[in-house]
Design a protein around this ligand. Sequence first.
Ligand SMILES: NC(=O)c1ccc[n+]([C@@H]2O[C@H](COP(=O)([O-])OP(=O)(O)OC[C@H]3O[C@@H](n4cnc5c(N)ncnc54)[C@H](O)[C@@H]3O)[C@@H](O)[C@H]2O)c1
Length: 379
Amino acid sequence: MRESSLPNLGVGLIGTGFMGRAHALAFHNARTTFELPFNLKLAALADADAARAEHCAQSWGFDHSHADWQQLISDPSVQLVAITTPNHLHFPMAMAALDAGKAVYCEKPLAVSLEQARQMHRAAQSAGVVTRVGYNYQHNPMIGLARQMIEDGELGHIISFQGEFSEDFMGDPQSPWSWRCEQAHAGGALADLGSHLLAMARYLLGDIEAVCADSQTVHGQRPTTRGGQEQRPIAIDDHTYALLRFANGARGTFASSWLKHGYKNHLSFEITGTQGTLAFDQERLNELRIYRPGAPGRDGFQRLLAGPTQPGYAAFCPAPGHQLGYNELKTLEVHALIQALCGQGNEGPDFAEALEIERLATAIRIAASEMRWVTVSDI
Ligand SMILES: NC(=O)c1ccc[n+]([C@@H]2O[C@H](COP(=O)([O-])OP(=O)(O)OC[C@H]3O[C@@H](n4cnc5c(N)ncnc54)[C@H](O)[C@@H]3O)[C@@H](O)[C@H]2O)c1
């Protein structure tokens, strides 16, 4: 094998579940897709299940595995710690990594409480390292295009945002309990899905000043295991709805549900300005729909399709219409992170931005429980 003259960047990945695999794929793909300024090494993999960590380390191409995440953080071959564990573990893992002076790439939501998020942000500031949080949907080139069109005034003055993130993976009352059902683990539809939508709303339209909200636990208990008789009580939100007032004057709606039958990854929005409407649905992530008023009888929505005029798309494919997928968004997220690590860009949400998303989510929770409008800066 040829020796690289580039500096090494050793990745330590914690977790081997849905997101652990997505991160591993993204690191692999980033090496093939982009000219990286580092020799990106998959250094170490850790999981609570030591045998699985060892097995995945071998099959995913990591140098070695650790049975304990703390060993991974103190591993000298690791300079970047990727955290893909349940939400309540983000805080101890990120804090330990920051304390060790390592860059952190943490899955969303940042933390299980606003106080934890504040501490993580402070620790990142004093460590002075790069941080990123896995709000991957904003790395879609079509979302970049949407932001550009809004900034360029193509929709006129923005007056409304109607956003929704719904899935149906908890729609069956017999869907069993998981860590996503625990308050202490930052469970619930708002933390799990809604946080992505809040990140998207902020990315496209900026600060949200005030919220009013309602939420509900529809299924107050779920079986401990699929098909099992034992039931476990549940108190987190199955769906949450909010009204949003943006700092730019726009008004908006927010909906997040994991009970909405038929929807698998319905992160969607319609943004209306004084001169048009822009619509997006993550289930058709290569498309934007735009409406601009035209001649009577000749107007209607136009469908824009992703293609190689967008650098994020061109990196994967020279031909339009061939379509990117979820794992490509994760690869673009890793690329943005690596650019930030070598001081070549500042794309992607860091701990400061993720703290603002947690502040907003907290405001929505307070608004729902106290049945009132909440000013976000008061939180
Ligand atoms: N960005 C996205 O689109 C997206 C999608 C899904 C999940 N997520 C986030 O990713 C995180 C993980 O979700 P998931 O769906 O991959 O969960 P998962 O349950 O599939 O995987 C969690 C992994 O963490 C490991 N783990 C648990 N405790 C551990 C410990 N103490 N030490 C080491 N490893 C431990 C588990 O063994 C498992 O491999 C969550 O924060 C979730 O919100 C993000």
